[in-house]
Design a protein around this ligand. Structure first.
Ligand SMILES: [Zn+2]
Length: 264
């Protein structure tokens, strides 16, 4: 299973999931009472990174960061061919870096101005909704049937590609924040490749061009000049491929996540 949130691998539970509003949920106990199969779980973005490591970008590099931009934002970090877990498994919460200290947009985690609250799929949709409710003209009015509450990030992307000014500015701003965050990741960890997956990555060139341009402007060139920023190899199936890798790792004891052997 791939779960959005902080996975405490020492306690073997979901410590906190802002997306689901879960606190200390024992998913194994919850699910094993209904399904008579072994249950293996980890953080969704680390699962995606494991899939990339085994079946995708891992064939080309041992040092990469998988950035998942969907409903929320997370990072799965692979260094020297091993996913990073830290002492408990709770790391990689890229989406909860504060990028705007003055922001009045509250994140699901409770903080204000988190990257996730500025650049995730739900943030893109919400920013467009607010703009429409304030009367800004946009083809989103037609796409949503006049109901701002049904606007999705995909609608904003579609409208932006049609040249809609409002949708373009909302998406471009979100992509810039994502690029600023990724520039920080590159400065901090010096990966060879950044892999971007999740629903928002399906926007394609309009996302990647803005992120690359922003990274170029906001990172240390000596570190970032050779860093590749590429889409996830398996698109929206990245987490599924990761889950396959997770099961193979545990069942066949492939030792892919050896760094974590003393945790669980
Ligand atoms: Zn947050």
């Amino acid at each position: 299973m791939a779960v959005a949130g902080l996975i405490n691998r020492k306690r073997n539970l979901v410590e906190f999931s802002p997306d689901f509003h879960w606190h200390e949920v024992d998913v194994i106990a919850e699910l094993s009472s209904k399904h008579n199969v072994p249950i293996i779980f980890d953080n969704v973005t680390r699962v995606m990174a494991l899939g990339e490591m085994v079946y995708g970008i891992g064939k080309d590099t041992r040092n990469f960061i998988c950035v998942n931009v969907g409903h929320g934002i997370g990072a799965g970090i692979v260094m020297k061919g091993k996913p990073l877990f830290g002492p408990t498994g709770m790391l990689g919460e890229f989406g909860h870096l504060t990028l705007d200290k003055d922001s009045e947009v509250q994140c699901d985690c409770g903080n204000f101005g988190c990257l996730e609250a500025l650049a995730s799929g739900q943030a893109i949709a919400q920013t467009a909704r607010v703009a429409m409710e304030n009367g800004t003209s946009s083809i989103l009015k037609d796409l949503s049937g006049g109901d701002p509450s049904v606007i999705t990030a995909k609608m904003v992307v579609d409208a932006a590609k049609e040249g809609d000014t409002l949708a373009w500015s909302v998406f471009d701003r979100a992509a810039e924040y994502l690029g600023i965050g990724i520039a920080g990741l590159i400065n901090l960890l010096g990966p060879e490749t950044i892999v971007i997956g999740g629903g928002v990555a399906q926007a394609g060139d309009i996302l990647f061009e803005k992120v690359r341009k922003t990274v170029n402007a906001r990172s240390l060139k000596k570190i970032s000049k050779d860093v590749q920023i590429v889409p996830a190899r398996f698109g929206t199936k990245a987490a599924v491929m990761g889950a396959v890798a997770l099961v193979l790792d545990q069942v066949l004891n492939l030792n892919l996540a050896a760094e974590n052997n003393n945790c669980v």
